[in-house]
Every structure is written in structure tokens, then in C-alpha cells.
Design a protein around this ligand. Structure first.
Ligand code: ARG
Length: 489
């Protein structure tokens, strides 16, 4: 079980038996009748935004400290606020805090409790602040933490991938295009393709973090504040790299969260592609791999079944992560400046994307090192599809035949092999010349042709940067490891 900040535990609201006055709201004097129970439930976000409690308190503490430093509130008020908020945090962590739906959201719940505990000092906390800049700050603080966790997880997954690739740097498998056998490749090379994808995903997360890590607080409701606040000081206290430069933009745009949802959607795209391969490879028709039992399930009716549930679910969950991105984009697109309540809908998709991707990456980090490859089946599959045909064409080119003609000759030879149900390497030299339509230039083909017709000869010849040769794969792994922090090597 993760702690509740990780979001995997339902530490839910208990019914509202709190001693706070439920009938009064932050804006109550202006209103002559309370909202209906349905409207209250419809507009409240406490069920899901209580996840932001810790960062909400963190933000409030920095805000209050700055207010005191700027003499906007007294030092005594700040001390009381600090003590009260720390007690509330402790209560929340230990599950003693009672959340009230009548208090709508995490911000009002905590503020009401603080005021109940310390009186007027609690009421002063909200000076020079609005829930609009408060919630934008909370989301950014929370998301920054999530990004850091995801980056570490991705690095760990990628390390596992690099180790697996190194172990299988020489193992032959068929490479596919159009899911038809194309050319032989090494398993290490195939796995390194995913390591590359995960490296870009990591870079994208780190890049997104820069735009997340800007402080909205101080923008107040929408127009900024007349109090002599010190925004840079709050940014410094909270570890933000800078302050948002326009108050209207700061309280309203959620592009940083949309960007995160886009990055996570891409991570899931990569995971889903890998999953699709694992699912295919595990089927008896391929027989390329086995996955440990703990990532699979059986069938309640067919005793022989071992289903790749984890990759299938990861492929399926990719859909909801895409959906979250679409929700966030759509949520934003019609909003006039500045804050609109629509934005309250940003949290559930954002939380869901972060949770789904983190869980998925954790499981894949555990699973990937345990994928077992069946070398014999991979070799048989690579031999099946005339995978070295390109190598034969390249051989002919090296003997002076133009590539297009060489391509045609080999196509003839393949046609011959298909009708005789044999492989190129099964033909003797004379038959091969004849099948290529090269009987008149029979001296073109020498015994050395059989070297390129072998799978090993084929892969080791592709030794340029980015190629499948085992030497090249090992070089790529060495370079890839440079990115990995020493603690994870
Ligand atoms: N719960 C709100 C949200 O998530 C907080 C901001 C509310 N601001 C307001 N003006 N009603 O967006």
C-alpha cells in the first residue's frame, strides 16, 4: 500500500459530524438561501481534492511566512498559523481530520479548521490570496512531486531494459515490417528501441517540470493584489524556479497540466506498443517469450490458458490516459479569462493519469527483467521468412551489380525457394546462381555468399551507429548508461 499522498488508499470523508458551523460559507453574508444538497454535492471537490492537503498546507505556510516577513500579518499570527497548520497536517496524515462536504474543497476545509483552532489569526491567512491562485499553486506543487517520482521510476525501468538488452545482445530474432519477417536482428537491439523511447519520455517529463515549476501565488483572484507581498520570497520558500508573470494567465491556464497529460499519454503509447509485442510473443503461435506467472492469470474454464493480463491491461489503460488528455484539452478550450469553475474538473483526470502511469511503470519495472526469451524459437522464426534476402542483394551489389538488378535477382531466387519449399541457404552455389538468373555470370557468387546468408553474418554486418550488430548494441548500451544516475546503475 502506498501512503495516501500516492493516492492508492481511500482514506475517505467520514460523514459530517464536525463541530464547525456547516451553514456558514466563506461568502455567506451575500447569500440569502443555502444551496440544495444536490448542488452542494455537484459543486464540491473535497472528495478528490483532499489529496492536495499536504501541498495546500505547504503553500499556506510559505504564504503566511512571507506575510509576516512583509509585516502584513504579525509574527505572533504567523507562529499560531504555523502551529495550527502543522497540527492539522498531522491529523490528516493520521486519518483524524474530518472533511466536510459543506466546506466544498480542501482549501476551505483546512482554513475553517484553522480558524476554529486559533481564531482571528486563522482568518488572516487568506490575506492577499484567493483560492484561485491557491489552487493553481497546489496543483503545481503536487504535480512537481509526481513528475519527480515518475522520472525515477522511468529511469529504473530503463535500467532494467538496458540490462536485459545486454544479456541478449547476441540473440537472434526476426525483425518485422508489416508484421512480416524482414531482416534478422538481435533481441538486444529490439529492446534498446524501448530504452530509447523511455529516455525521450524522461526528457519530456523533465522539460514539462520547468513549466510546472512557476509560482502562481500572489496573482490573487485574477488581477494581483494591492498588499506589499514578496512573490519571489514565496517562490524561494516553495522551491519554484520563478513566478508566473501574468495574474490572469496564472490563475486560469492549466496548460502545464495538459502538457503532463500529453507526456503521460506518450509514455502509455510506448508501454502499450511493448505490451502488444509481449502479448503476441507469448502466444504459442510465436512462442518467443514466457512471462513469470505472477504477471499472468489462468482461465476459469480452459485449464491450459496462461493469459498475459498485465500487458493487456496496460494496453487497455492507455485508453483512459488518452481520455484524460482529451478531457483536459476540452476543459480548457472554451474558457474566457480568468478563473472559471470549470477548472475544478482538472483534478480527476490529472490524478488518474499520474496514478495510472506510475502503477504501470512500477509493474513493468518489476516485470521486464524477468522476460524470458526462447532462443530456439526466435531463430526458427528468423530462418522462416527469407530474412537474409537483403544481405544476398547487398552481396551482389558489392560484386558490381546495380542494387535494383540485385534486388530483382534475389526476388527470383526467393520465388524459386518458395516453390521448392526451402531456404536460400539450403541451395548449393550452382542452384543459387541459377535461381538468381545469374547462370551466365556464375563467377559472381562464391562460397563466401553463405556467410551472408547466415543469420549471424547478417546481423554482425550491420555495425553502423544505430544498427543491430551485437558490437553496436553493446556500444549503444554503454552510451545509454551514462544518463543513468550512479545510485541506479
Ligand atoms: N475547488 C476550486 C478548484 O478546484 C478552488 C478554486 C475555487 N475558486 C472559486 N473562485 N470558486 O478550482
Amino acid at each position: 500500500m502506498t501512503n495516501f499522498w500516492g493516492g492508492n488508499i481511500l482514506w475517505f470523508m467520514t460523514s459530517s459530524n464536525n463541530s464547525l458551523d456547516n451553514k456558514s460559507n466563506a461568502w455567506s453574508a451575500r447569500f440569502s438561501e443555502p444551496v440544495s444538497e444536490l448542488v452542494q454535492r455537484y459543486t464540491a471537490s473535497i472528495n478528490f481534492d483532499k489529496r492536495l492537503a499536504q501541498v495546500d498546507i505547504q503553500g499556506s505556510l510559505a504564504h503566511a511566512q512571507m506575510l509576516a516577513e512583509q509585516n502584513i500579518i504579525s509574527q505572533k499570527d504567523f507562529e499560531q498559523i504555523k502551529q495550527g497548520l502543522n497540527e492539522i497536517l498531522q491529523d490528516i496524515i493520521e486519518g483524524r481530520f474530518t472533511w466536510q462536504i459543506s466546506l466544498e474543497d480542501v482549501h476551505l476545509n483546512i482554513e475553517a479548521k484553522l480558524t476554529q483552532m486559533i481564531g482571528d489569526a486563522g482568518k488572516r491567512l487568506h490575506t492577499a490570496r484567493s483560492r484561485n491562485d491557491q489552487v493553481a499553486t497546489d496543483i503545481r506543487l503536487w504535480l512537481r512531486g509526481q513528475i519527480d517520482v515518475l522520472v525515477l521510476q522511468l529511469i529504473e525501468l530503463r535500467t532494467g531494459m538496458l540490462d536485459l538488452a545486454e544479456k541478449h545482445a547476441d540473440m537472434i530474432m526476426p525483425g518485422f515490417t508489416h508484421l512480416q519477417v524482414a531482416q534478422p536482428i538481435t533481441v538486444g537491439h529490439h529492446l534498446m528501441a524501448y530504452a530509447e523511447m523511455f529516455a525521450r519520455d524522461t526528457a519530456r517529463l523533465k522539460d514539462c517540470r520547468k513549466r510546472v515549476n512557476q509560482l502562481p501565488l500572489g496573482s490573487a483572484a485574477l488581477a494581483g493584489t494591492s498588499y506589499p507581498i514578496h512573490r519571489e520570497r514565496v517562490a524561494e520558500l516553495l522551491g519554484f524556479e520563478g513566478v508566473c508573470q501574468n495574474s490572469l494567465d496564472a490563475v486560469s491556464d492549466r496548460d502545464f497540466a495538459i502538457e503532463f497529460c500529453a507526456v503521460t499519454a506518450l509514455i502509455m503509447t510506448h508501454i502499450s506498443r511493448l505490451s502488444e509485442e509481449l502479448i503476441l510473443w507469448m502466444s504459442p503461435q510465436f512462442g518467443f517469450i514466457t512471462l513469470p506467472d505472477r504477471f499472468c492469470t489462468g482461465s476459469s474454464i480452459m485449464p491450459q490458458k496462461k493469459n498475459p493480463d498485465v500487458p493487456e491491461l496496460a494496453r487497455g489503460k492507455t485508453g483512459r490516459v488518452y481520455g484524460n488528455l482529451m478531457s483536459m484539452l476540452t476543459l480548457m478550450k472554451g474558457q474566457v479569462l480568468a478563473y472559471n469553475k470549470d477548472n475544478q474538473e482538472d483534478k480527476e483526470p490529472l490524478f488518474d493519469s499520474a496514478d495510472t502511469v506510475l502503477d504501470t511503470l512500477r509493474i513493468f519495472t518489476d516485470m521486464v527483467p524477468h522476460i524470458e526469451f526462447n532462443a530456439a524459437n526466435l531463430r526458427i522464426a528468423a530462418l522462416k521468412g527469407y530474412a537474409t534476402a537483403t544481405d544476398l542483394a547487398d552481396y551482389l551489389v558489392k560484386k558490381g551489380i546495380p542494387f535494383r538488378d540485385a534486388h530483382e535477382s534475389v526476388a527470383n531466387a526467393i520465388k524459386y525457394c518458395v516453390s521448392h519449399q526451402c531456404d536460400l541457404a539450403d541451395l548449393d552455389l550452382r542452384t543459387l546462381s541459377m535461381a538468381c538468373g545469374l547462370e551466365k555470370q556464375s563467377d559472381l557468387l562464391g562460397e563466401d555468399v553463405f556467410e551472408v546468408l547466415t543469420l549471424e553474418g547478417s546481423v554482425s554486418s550491420r555495425l553502423q551507429v544505430g544498427g543491430t550488430a551485437p558490437t553496436q548494441v553493446r556500444a549503444a548500451i554503454t552510451i545509454a548508461r551514462i544518463d543513468i544516475p550512479p545510485s541506479l546503475k
